[in-house]
Ligand binder design. Sequence first.
Ligand SMILES: *Cc1c(COP(=O)(O)O)cnc(C)c1O
Length: 385
Amino acid sequence: MRKTFLSFSPPLIEEDEIKEVIDTLKSNWITTGPKTKKFEEEFRIYFNCSSSLALNSCTAALHTALVALGIGPGDEVITTPMTFCASVNVIEQVGAKPVLVDIEADTLNIDPLKIEKAITPRTKAILPVHYSGHPVELDAINEIARRHNLFVIEDAAHALSAKYKGKFIGSTNNPVCFSFYATKNLTTAEGGMLTGEPEFIEKARIVSLHGMSRDAWKRYSKEGSWYYEVVFPGFKYNMTDIQASLGLWQLKKLERFQNRRREIVKMYNKAFSNEEALELPVERPYVEHAWHLYVIRLNLNALKIGRNEFIDELNKRNIGTSVHFIPIHLHPYYRDKYRFRPEDFPIAYSNYLRVISLPLCPKLTDQDVNDVIEAVLDVVKSYKR
Ligand SMILES: *Cc1c(COP(=O)(O)O)cnc(C)c1O
């Protein structure tokens, strides 16, 4: 058994990132400035986005997108219960109503076939989440949106590097929100990126920074001036150059990180594929999974213990795991406000009871991965029915 505890998803920060942060700290500019601009631009080129805006979180990107699109009280936004609370909290924050739609049984992504039934005259947008890094059915969702004149705002917190039919998530014209939180595929400790069409991004830029009609940093540089106008009561969501220092190097290393993620996924798949107590994650043939998460599902009929006990057993064997996600409709705020029952979204609920996210990050050594495999198979063997 493993001697030290393996954390679920430690970040991989190297000397390049550290040196760049120090360089920024020693410069005369530590908040949004030249490095944020550079990161924004290098990200845009890498993922072939039409325009990009660096922000201080994915939550900020989602909130900014909804506001920039004019979504507010009286409007409805269709989204998934199988997500992090941030995707839905922002809908509440703008005063709109989140309308949940159940998920597909294989990918655990929002089910396009169920979206259309949830559309009302008040629906303004669909907010799909690329769960675990597997792209949602974008063609079907975009087509529904086109027919009903709706916006599609993609929560791509898990989907950095994912491709749908050969194209990077973020390279089409929908507003797309990425996260650089500490556990995500690329990290700036906290951070996010909003991508989309240039006109939308220009509006979002104003909304995200006090509603000022000029970038603050330009005001203080030699090309700028002291003058600005407030055209909207905006937010304070800008990324700092300290964060961007991390992002610039993480982006250069992203391909290496992704390759390592795929290697680990192969090791897990190979080790678990013949185990009837475990259901493995899927990857549809026309997508590239970003492998932010490796989510196994327990076949509860084959085991004498439930998911919670399984996690406890892995903990005892020094393996850290997580659960993605406690479905939105089970959280007291949403449950009570909308009178949700667990079975209202049966696929989300039944899968919630059996999902476990195993450690998956480029920092893992082969030994770490083998330790995880050994522990999982040992728990299965010990508690097989
Ligand atoms: C992490 C995450 C977010 C929030 O990202 P932040 O950058 O922490 O705001 C949003 N949606 C999903 C699905 C996430 O996993």
